[in-house]
Design a protein around this ligand. Structure first.
Ligand code: 5RP
Ligand code: FE2
Length: 223
């Protein structure tokens, strides 16, 4: 399987959202990455259901929803109804993570867990078999346009080794500061899905940048 590119709508022009969604529809991108921030779990507020429903109205590719919110359990069904294909919750925001993952599956979505940069990969050992995706944050969540944290590469290698033992179908996604400059290293470290916001939307030709990210390393991943 070739690696997946998930442009982050957070970096789109919200005054021209339909235009940017249609650009992603017609590009080589695989998913829409939808960042929901509540101003409590992270020091920023992005958008909620009305904007997500607007994205879903025009998007023709799966919505990969990254919930940076406390108490995500109470909103799982609403995010599923708003069009989420993947719902990713933060390890740090869930007291009963196994129950949350069960609720995501019961709502008909793929279940992901995100790790903040300081959260060890090893903490996922006893839930890895139940997950479809792990999102490794390579910046502190809350804002687009931040600098990639290099230790992420070690975390990806460790997670890939764990996944080979416990859940070979696991999708390993990386989010934050991803671009053409580090994509190949991230693929080599075991990541398969790549969120990119500023690298795409700050490029002179965002659609061309998506193609470059998608085609950077030809061949297939062993996942
Ligand atoms: O979850 C996020 C921030 O918390 C975003 O998905 C991420 O930051 C994407 O933006 P960029 O590629 O510009 O770093
Ligand atoms: Fe994200």
């Amino acid at each position: 399987m070739k690696h997946l590119i998930a442009p982050s709508v957070l970096s789109a022009d919200f005054a021209n959202l339909q235009r940017d969604i249609e650009m992603i529809n017609s590009s080589a991108a695989d998913w829409f990455h939808v960042d929901v921030m509540d101003g409590v779990f992270v020091p920023n507020i992005s958008f909620g259901f009305p904007v997500m429903e607007a994205i879903n109205k025009y998007a023709t590719k799966p919505l990969d929803v990254h919930l940076m919110i406390v108490n995500p359990d109470q909103y799982i069904e609403r995010f599923a109804a708003a069009g989420a294909a993947v719902i990713t919750v933060h390890y740090e925001a869930c007291v009963h993570l196994h129950r949350t993952v069960q609720a995501i599956h019961a709502a008909g979505c793929k279940a992901g867990v995100a790790l903040n940069p300081h959260t060890p990969v090893a903490l996922l050992k006893d839930i890895l078999a139940d997950l479809d995706l792990v999102l490794v944050m390579s910046v502190n969540p809350g804002f687009g346009g931040q600098k990639f944290i290099p230790n992420t590469l070690n975390k990806l290698r460790e997670l890939k080794a764990m996944a080979l033992q416990i859940n070979p179908d696991l999708i390993i996604e990386v989010d934050g500061g991803v671009g053409i400059h580090n994509l190949e290293d991230l693929i080599d470290a075991g990541a398969m899905a790549f969120v990119a916001g500023s690298a795409i939307f700050a490029a002179p030709d965002p659609k061309e940048m998506i193609s470059e990210l998608k085609n950077l390393k030809t061949g297939t991943l062993n996942i």
